[in-house]
Design a protein around this ligand. Structure first.
Ligand SMILES: Nc1nc2c(ncn2[C@@H]2O[C@H](COP(=O)(O)OP(=O)(O)O)[C@@H](O)[C@H]2O)c(=O)[nH]1
Ligand SMILES: [Mg+2]
Length: 198
């Protein structure tokens, strides 16, 4: 059973004045499109169709607010990654996400979802930079680890850890085999229960 049986979608936002009230605690989840973000959210929250795995047209460029329980929320940040995104759209994405990171007192941590086969992209580095600017704790899920042999996955984990250093903690994850689900859920709980940042 889900730890969050009452979890539900609240709303999507395309501008700061559409964000939900900044009370309680929330954790943001980011990932390049197709990295496996929706699948990871579904496994962690333990709800099959919670965040739609298929692309919901229009919503992928918005910030999606979900309530977990009470004043605890999970925030699905927009990803990009297809080469065809225009400079204008990319600019809007950057402004929206920067506004989000800079304004949310309830933000306790960031989950960054990275396809273990692709390693770290420019998108991921931008997200790590946003988090660092506001001293936000970050946890990286190297997902789709079922797609690599165990030795290869272990090597990829070490490489990403070395690359990221102190910026974030890193673990292997698979939405298919559910590898790493307990570790991810413990990290989510840890983030949600930390005190607000200064
Ligand atoms: N084998 C495998 N496939 C995955 C995993 N996570 C996601 N996928 C697949 O990758 C594709 C993109 O996943 P999705 O969660 O929609 O990515 P998003 O765009 O980041 O939200 C889908 O076809 C998923 O079924 C995983 O851990 N293992
Ligand atoms: Mg998605």
């Amino acid at each position: 059973m889900s730890q969050y049986p009452e979890a539900q979608f609240i709303k999507s936002a395309n501008a700061q004045n559409q964000f939900v009230a900044d009370v309680g605690a929330e954790v943001a989840v980011a990932g390049r499109s197709n990295a496996g973000k929706s699948s990871a959210i579904n496994v962690i929250v333990n709800r099959r169709q919670f965040a739609r795995t298929s692309k919901t047209p229009g919503r992928t460029q918005l910030i999606n607010f979900f309530s977990l329980q009470g004043d605890q929320r999970l925030i699905d940040l927009p990803g990009y990654g297809f080469a065809k995104v225009s400079d204008k759209k990319r600019g809007h994405w950057r402004d929206l996400v920067a506004d989000y990171f800079e304004s949310r007192a309830s933000l306790r941590g960031l989950f960054l979802i990275i396809d273990i086969r692709r390693q770290i992209t420019d998108f991921d580095r931008q997200m790590l930079a946003f988090a660092e600017q506001v001293s936000l704790r970050t946890h990286v899920l190297l997902t789709k680890s079922d797609k690599l042999k165990r030795g290869q996955a272990a090597t990829a984990l070490l490489e990403v850890r070395r690359d990221i250093g102190e910026l974030a903690t890193v673990q292997q994850f698979s939405a298919l085999t559910r590898l790493g689900e307990d570790e991810a859920r413990a990290k989510l709980d840890e983030f949600l229960s930390t005190e607000a940042r200064e």
